[in-house]
Design a protein around this ligand. Structure first.
Ligand SMILES: Nc1ncnc2c1ncn2[C@@H]1O[C@H](COP(=O)(O)OP(=O)(O)OP(=O)(O)O)[C@@H](O)[C@H]1O
Length: 232
């Protein structure tokens, strides 16, 4: 059997001597649409960063498709939408250019963008509702629009697993529903989704599993939000 997208055992992260992630066991199965929930400061962002190897573990271990993050090389399989990314500064890029940068891991260094690359960028722009904004400067967009640009950039790479940190923060209801539909389509093709969320909103019917963090500990793991309501 192939290894799961993420498998963490007793994952612990310390900040200033305090465990902000405390002995978390979590295996994410292929095809899961997993919501990581919990109050502010519970450790949600830290958990997803630790799964990706972006913050070091003080204890325990974690693997991406069976390989510790430090030795993992197949990064095109992984799409990550961080909570916030400063887009200002540097050379201004159009929305399309930022989204196309999501293809870079797939392109050969010697080969320019192919028709397949351009089609993937078109699909990602469309899925994120950005087709009409493709020629705009990304740094001039609103926070919610920039969030959609980051989502489209991850979609353009056509990864097997998507990790999205608060993807709906600052995004209006219509675009939240569109994102939910996109995630459902991805899950339908066997992709795996891990999303950090305060509230599920339109994502609720799409989510297949919810874990809840409190003070860095995993306090609940339910196979669907409906189960969670029953146990509440
Ligand atoms: N770089 C850092 N240095 C020190 N402490 C940090 C750092 N990053 C996070 N923390 C602390 O770790 C804890 C968990 O933070 P984290 O961002 O993972 O929580 P969260 O559940 O994602 O919160 P939010 O919903 O507010 O984004 C918090 O107490 C936070 O203050």
């Amino acid at each position: 059997m192939s290894a799961p997208p993420f498998a963490m055992t007793a994952g612990t992260v310390r900040r200033d001597g305090r465990a902000v992630l405390d002995a978390v066991d979590l295996e994410v199965a292929p095809g899961d649409v997993l919501a990581v929930m919990g109050p502010n400061g519970a450790g949600k962002s830290t958990l997803v960063k630790a799964l990706l190897g972006l913050v070091p573990l003080a204890g325990g271990r974690t693997e991406i498709y069976g390989v510790p993050p430090g030795r993992f090389r197949d990064w095109r399989r992984v799409g990550y939408v961080p909570q916030r990314l400063p887009m200002g500064g540097g050379v201004p890029s159009t929305v399309r250019e930022v989204v196309a940068s999501g293809r870079v891991a797939r392109q050969s260094r010697w080969r320019p963008a192919s028709a397949a690359d351009r089609a993937a960028v078109d699909r990602a722009l469309e899925a994120a509702g950005l087709t009409a904004l493709a020629r705009e400067s990304a740094h001039l967009l609103s926070g919610g629009q920039q969030q959609r640009v980051l989502i489209a950039r991850a979609l353009a790479g056509e990864p097997d697993v998507f990790v999205l940190d608060e993807p709906t923060a600052g995004v209006d209801a219509g675009n939240q529903a569109a994102l939910a539909a996109t995630l459902r389509d991805l899950a339908g093709t066997g992709r795996t989704v891990v999303l950090v969320a305060h509230e599920l909103g339109p994502m609720e019917p799409v989510v297949t599993r919810t874990v809840e963090l409190e003070h860095g500990r995993l306090v609940r793991d339910t196979s669907s939000p409906a189960d969670m309501r029953e146990s509440a």
